[in-house]
Design a protein around this ligand. Structure first.
Ligand code: ARG
Length: 562
């Protein structure tokens, strides 16, 4: 039951305003004790030629209570509505219980196709926390769009092409060992890659050799292609085991290489449309009328680059998926790159440029030096997950509450804690990584929310019977706050998608857990009997469903006990 709609409909009957205008005016009162909904009467002052408080008083007198509204009260220039708590409780709880896992979803998206490109690590390079930021945000957004009834395609635009593969082939042929690499692919490939750079400083001829190998690769040479394919396979195997841990899967792993044979046609089209101009031997698209620096598409030796592949990829995606939206979850340092890509598409005459969105995010900062591992600058995702899970396990063992499946539970909480930390604030903000905050079981953290869920499930297990709403019951303030929070899931999902900001759902579920804990601390459940017990059990069950569904959107799993 959408009570805002309902009240707007009734108000339209007793004021000269249209229902839609009223909907725009109705707002939440500043505090809970001021009712459930407030209508500001200022917009009517002109029409009625009266002061707003007087209009509010008159409207209050003419709004007769009904099956949903207990009373309408004038406070200053506002008309405050108090709903019948029992009626709201029945409507919300039965909705949650009947929809279950589908609670919160809707069909707004009408199955239109939304592409979410995220993660996109580079072959033979470490999967670092920046890629995790993209992975966490992208996966959450994909889930959120899916919940709204869009046909979501999850794309992983792997960095699997470019001159670095010439270097890697060269390095492998000189110093590589197949068996060592098979055992620890990315690490070992990185080692020989770094060695290439060091040795090339002494011996510049190596660079020529690398260029030669990349050329062979571009020409489809058998040996070079076989090596490249193998580098890609072993790297992807490693990435996939991380994705498995995070519960993430993709519909496509078409990376940069996929567009290799599709670029020539795009370059021809750019030429035909007179968009390519020469600049210092290279071919660029002038974007000065957009206030942007030129977009370089062909190097002076005719080689294509990252941008050429992105223009090609966008056009391929339009043709292949006919997307409604094409979302790129990539760090903010690439903002200019995407502005240029979209501007080039626009110049080519493709309106789909307007449906391409760069969803950027900030950087990850470390509060304790410990996270910077292996003497290097990058922080590896695997190390972060490992440490989070280890710390969680130590905490759980110390508390001694959980005795079975400690490892499995620690994995879900430890991984959840990391994902939560990446989805906690507006994505453009930088993250300061802190283990204390991340694993604070009482603070704003995944473990806090997961713990609330586990508490609820433990009550339901002990109760044995499942909650069935009784005919009549009373609703306390804390219970009512929880019911209202539950009611807001769909609105949070919609808001989150509109802004492409998963933190909206994160804040939502944190508040829901907080409301649940207040309810849990003020209402006894198992000690009660009859209707009170039945109502509270039903509410407990509904709260668990709400928490689980919202956490699921963030890619965070629940545990049944902790
Ligand atoms: N592989 C790139 C990186 O690690 C990210 C790719 C972003 N996506 C794109 N369509 N350009 O920085």
């Amino acid at each position: 039951m959408n009570l805002k709609e309902y009240v707007a409909g009734r108000l339209a009957g007793i004021t000269p305003l249209e229902k839609n205008d009223i909907l725009g005016l109705l707002a939440l009162p500043p505090t809970d004790d001021m009712g459930d909904l407030a209508f500001p009467c200022f917009a009517l002052a002109k029409t009625f030629r009266k002061a707003p408080p007087m209009i509010a008083a008159e409207l209050a007198a003419s709004y007769a209570p009904d099956e949903w509204v207990e009373k309408a009260e004038a406070v200053g220039g506002y008309l405050n509505f108090y709903f019948k708590r029992e009626a709201v409780a029945k409507s919300v709880i039965s909705d949650v219980l009947s929809k279950g896992k589908a609670y919160g979803t809707d069909t707004l998206g009408e199955n239109k196709t939304v592409l979410v490109e995220y993660s996109s690590p580079n072959i033979a390079k470490p999967f670092h926390v920046g890629h995790l930021y993209s992975t966490a945000v992208g996966n959450a957004l994909a889930n959120i769009y899916e919940a709204l009834g869009y046909n979501v395609q999850r794309l992983n635009h792997l960095g699997d092409w470019g001159t670095q593969f010439g270097k890697l082939i060269c390095a492998y042929k000189r110093w590589g060992d197949k068996e060592t690499i098979e055992k620890d692919p990315i690490n070992e490939l990185l080692k020989i890659y770094v060695r290439f750079h060091n040795e090339a400083e002494e011996d510049p001829a190596l660079e020529d050799e690398a260029r030669h190998y990349f050329k062979l690769l571009e020409e489809g040479d058998e040996e070079a292609t076989a090596l490249w394919t193998w580098f890609r396979e072993v790297s992807l195997r490693e990435f996939k085991s991380t994705y498995d841990r995070l519960g993430i899967a993709f519909d496509s792993y078409n990376g940069e290489a996929f567009y290799g044979d599709k670029m020539a046609a795009v370059v021809d089209e750019l030429k035909e449309k007179d968009l390519l101009v020469e600049s210092e031997g290279a071919q660029i698209v002038d974007l000065s009328d957009e206030g942007l620096p030129p977009c370089l598409l062909l190097k002076s030796d005719g080689a294509t680059i990252y941008a050429t592949r992105d223009v090609t990829a966008a056009l391929y995606r339009k043709q292949h998926y006919d997307f409604y939206k094409n979302i790129y979850v990539v760090g903010l340092p690439q903002s200019l790159h995407f502005k240029q890509i979209f501007a080039v598409l626009k110049k080519m005459g493709y309106d789909c440029a307007d449906d391409c969105v760069h969803v950027g995010f900030g950087t990850v900062k470390l509060s304790d030096g410990k996270l910077s591992t292996r003497g290097g600058k990058v922080v590896l995702l695997e190390d972060v997950l490992k440490e989070s899970v280890a710390r969680t396990e130590a905490k759980i063992r110390e508390a001694g509450i959980v005795t079975e499946d400690v490892e499995e539970i620690s994995e879900k909480i430890g991984v959840g804690a990391v994902l939560y930390a990446f989805l906690h604030n507006s994505r453009e903000k930088d993250i300061v990584f802190s283990w204390e905050d991340m694993l604070d079981f009482e603070g704003e953290s995944a473990p806090y929310v997961q713990y609330s869920y586990a508490r609820g499930k433990s009550i339901l297990r002990r109760a044995e019977e499942s909650g069935k709403l009784p005919e009549s019951f009373c609703v306390t303030d804390e219970e009512y706050a929880l019911i209202k929070a539950l009611d807001g899931l769909n609105a949070a999902i919609r808001d989150s998608a509109e802004k492409n900001e998963p933190f909206v759902v994160n804040r939502y579920v944190t508040n829901l857990a907080r409301c649940f804990n207040k309810f849990y601390n003020t209402s006894s459940i198992l000690k009660e009997e009859g209707d009170v017990r039945a109502f509270r059990l039903a509410l407990c069950e509904a709260a668990c469903i709400g928490i689980q569904n919202a956490l699921g959107l963030l890619g965070i799993q629940t545990v049944e006990q902790m």
